[in-house]
Design a protein around this ligand. Structure first.
Ligand SMILES: [Zn+2]
Length: 211
């Protein structure tokens, strides 16, 4: 076994055993994910695996200081690896362990993958002209459109939010992020969030904003 392969396997094992649930079930990284050999624990948390990337600067209003690109959070793979700040990565980790995984226990499964559809982007809120700058433009936000479970089930926000089979689980999963993140927006919020959940770590003096 060459060194690169050994490192890769070690990292995958680290990622798949860091979650407290279902440790007997083998979890593998799909071949669609190309895991870089310099994947390390980041943000001072052994359960967040990714890479540190150079500061992002886009003009005067967009960018991230000390950004990271996250591949695994407590053993859950992120389908497209978000570029976010550590504050947001840590919030994601807290939510996985304390909110997201407990929310699917009734299905006798655990989450293996988040379907990430947006993260860093230099744009206004909901890409509306003249709107305030988005938390996505600061590395504070992540959009998740669905989840893959350990038994292969795919739960999709747009398809299942109001569905009889997974709707309740999905809404419980969403609600569990309120308070962990400063803002949570889902399909009940507005027309811009029918197919995903938006989570960000913006600070609101009046407390969390969850719709
Ligand atoms: Zn968003």
């Amino acid at each position: 076994m060459n060194t690169t392969k050994a490192i890769l396997i070690t990292l995958v094992l680290a990622a798949t055993t860091s979650c407290g649930r279902g440790q007997n079930a083998p979890r593998v990284v799909p071949s669609s994910t190309s895991v870089p050999v310099n994947l390390v624990s980041i943000c001072g948390d052994p359960n967040i695996l990714g890479i540190e990337i150079p500061d992002i600067r886009d003009g005067s209003s967009c960018g991230i200081d000390d950004p990271v690109q996250v591949y695994f959070v407590s053993g859950v793979e992120l389908s497209s690896q978000p570029k976010i700040n550590c504050k947001t990565a840590r919030a994601l980790r807290t939510w996985v362990d304390e909110g997201a995984q407990p929310s699917v226990e009734n299905l006798n499964a655990y989450i293996t993958k988040f379907h990430v559809v947006a993260h860093y982007s230099c744009r206004t809120r909901n890409s509306q002209p003249g709107a305030r700058i988005s938390e996505h433009a600061k590395g504070n936000a992540i959009d998740i459109a669905g989840f893959t479970l350990s038994d292969g089930t795919v739960i999709d926000v747009e398809e299942h939010w109001r569905a009889a089979d997974y709707g309740e689980t999905l809404r419980r999963l969403y609600s569990s992020a309120c308070g962990v993140f400063g803002t949570t927006l889902g399909p009940d919020a507005d027309r811009h969030h029918q197919d995903h959940m938006h989570f960000d770590t913006a600070d609101y003096r009046s407390g969390s904003y969850c719709r």
